[in-house]
Design a protein around this ligand. Sequence first.
Ligand code: PLP
Length: 414
Amino acid sequence: MSDDRAPEDRRRERAFRPVPPWAGPATRAVHAGTLRDRNAGSIVPPIYQTSTFQYPAPFSEARDAGEVHLYSRNDNPTVDGAAETLRDLEGAEAAALFGSGMGAIASTVLSLVRPGDELVALTDVYGGTTDLLARFARPFGVKVTELSDLEARSPEAHLPRATRLVLLETPTNPCLRVHDLARWAQAADRVGAILAVDNTFATPINQRPLEHGADLVLYSATKYLGGHSDLLGGAVVGPARLLRRIDPKRVLGTPLDPFAAFLLQRSLRTLPLRVERANESGRVVAEALARHPAVAAVHYPGNGSPEEEAIAARQMRGRGGVLGLVLRGGRAAVERFLHHLTIVQVASSLGGVESLASVPVDTSHRHLRGDELTRRGIDTGLVRLALGLEETEDLLRDLREALEATGPSGQGPS
Ligand SMILES: Cc1ncc(COP(=O)(O)O)c(C=O)c1O
């Protein structure tokens, strides 16, 4: 009987325990990407902590069949396993893992654009992405256009004809603005550009951009996917034809190492549960603090405008646990607030089990000047909160007590 499955599907079936097609996300997170351990039947796949592999001679036949590993910078079974779990959760054809989120974004940009091409991004994105475009895309002859939030509301009017790559982030970092994935996909399609969406804040549990027409999904796996603030990683997920173009041999030197891949896969097993908890705490805290007199505004996915609320309701299953608090009293109020937090720790990241507070003007966006911060809507009174897995009531109490210390007008306790 002939086997007409794609070689990639056959390889996957040989390497991993199958998950029934009817299984839901929580089941898939627990089981997908589990290597078959033919030696010991280990439930948790072993860590292949090796840089290289014995290979059979003659080699070319086995290599062409995708049956051998050669060198861990290119591929490694532990890394393949974690990539497979993420690929499955995203419902994509392929996934590749990198040493950090920036490794994934840089590899995508440098692999997909050439001098003379146009690249479109948002002004309100992770600061490292802005920095990458300024330091490595523009100087290499790529024309970079950064769209303001207002321009990003009508992408079809703002994508130049020669656009090859569009970098979108939704929800955005740090202002949590929500953009219409389907509308962006249509606009990118019209000019023949690849739409890559940084889905770090949403994760595949809250939002699956490929289902709305995006071509690629990018992640900092350091955040929710890793989930415990103990690893650095990045990912690109999408169709095999594009993944084959994105530095398959990691010549840019950004592979994920096997131990980090082991930790990442361990963490992906609990991603649906963790995200569910983050969604709940995010919703409760955003609602409660919006009414607090020391808070001028709360940035939370969907609360930018009724239009954004409608987009979020359409494309997101949950809104996540990251929110921005704009404190009355600016910088001085921020310092008092941070000083009085007891459970929430002051550190720059998100998506871990512990809640963190960070100040974008000091951390992710510290390289931007005053007018650039204003253009991006980043206020000096902005604190980004990344809620962890503590009791929601405890977080609320901690945040309220710290807000009391800033006083009702942000000028200190009254
Ligand atoms: C939305 C987003 N994308 C990408 C990155 C970069 O990821 P990494 O720190 O893993 O390189 C970050 C980091 O904060 C981020 O928040």
